[in-house]
Ligand binder design. Structure first.
Ligand SMILES: [Zn+2]
Length: 284
């Protein structure tokens, strides 16, 4: 990554050729796994990292890449990518989408299946992975969990996995039916095949325009139920700072106005009753 993104792609092209050696010189290496955050030279041999050392220690390489002023890092992995193929090549191709990924330092992308058509078959998974697509980074397809992502019948997990899919999801929408979701999870765990849920209950969020809270209440806008605003804030220390009290006050107000139950440990009877009352009235 850095000011000359396209050259990152060039390095990767070099890696893939698996021949000769390349010295990446003068870059700032950030490798959290190896706990390195310093200027380092990196020697690549046969497409693999052969040596990492402080500047000027490694001598002799077929090719050199001047990385001064650049960050050098292990390739990033994007777990949630929407490429536009199959189906909408006029917007983006696997080749152009993965070139953009490479320019940003991403060497692997997991692609979502909600293209047109939906990637719910072995054929489409194979099509995505075919060398003819011209991908310049690793493409790991995530296939649809149900046929055409309609939430009805599960896809053939076993075959999709064998064809190279790394997970299944109906991304863009949730699997709403509990029995289908349960079947997906049971089969997924048997196969060690992750099932990724689009975490939204669209029966609750239909026609909702903003996050639930005091403001939505005052503006009379149908709120989206969510607990994000009331998330725990335990790490705040010490507990008697002004900031802490402001947070508590805000959350008390939110809980009071919205009728939502605030699980902060305050557990005031008033809040709890308001919450129960809301539930009884099935306001949401
Ligand atoms: Zn998505």
């Amino acid at each position: 990554m850095g000011r000359r993104g396209w050259e990152t792609g060039a390095i990767m092209g070099h890696d893939k050729s698996n021949s000769g050696s390349l010295l990446i010189k003068g870059g700032h290496l950030i490798d959290p796994a190896a706990k390195i955050d310093a200027l380092m030279d990196i020697l690549i041999e046969g497409g693999r990292v052969a040596d990492v050392a402080p500047p000027h220690k490694i001598k002799g390489a077929d090719e050199k890449f001047d990385a001064r002023g650049l960050i050098v890092a292990p390739g990033f992995i994007d777990l949630h990518v929407h490429l536009r193929e199959p189906g909408q090549s006029y917007k983006e191709t696997i080749a152009s989408g993965t070139a953009a990924a490479a320019a940003g330092g991403f060497t692997s992308v997991c692609t979502m299946p909600n293209t047109v058509p939906v990637v719910d078959s072995v054929e489409w998974v194979q099509w995505l992975r075919s060398p003819e697509r011209g991908a310049v980074v690793n493409v790991f397809p995530i296939a649809a969990a149900t046929r055409a992502s309609k939430g009805g019948a599960l896809t053939d997990f076993r075959s999709l996995q064998r064809a190279g899919a790394v997970a299944v999801t109906d991304d863009g929408k949730p699997i709403l039916e509990d029995d289908i979701m349960r079947a997906a999870l049971v089969l997924g765990s048997e196969l060690h095949f992750p099932v990724v849920q689009h975490a939204e209950d669209t029966r609750l969020t239909e026609n909702c325009s903003m996050h639930a809270g005091a403001r939505a209440f005052r503006l009379r806008i149908t709120p989206r139920v969510g607990l994000a605003d009331l998330a725990r804030l335990d790490p705040i220390q010490p507990r008697h700072t002004l900031e802490y009290h402001l947070v508590i006050r805000r959350r008390e107000t939110l809980a009071k106005v919205s009728g939502e139950w605030d699980d902060l440990g305050l557990r005031r009877r008033g809040q709890k009753n308001a919450y129960r009352e809301r539930r009884r009235q099935a306001v949401w």
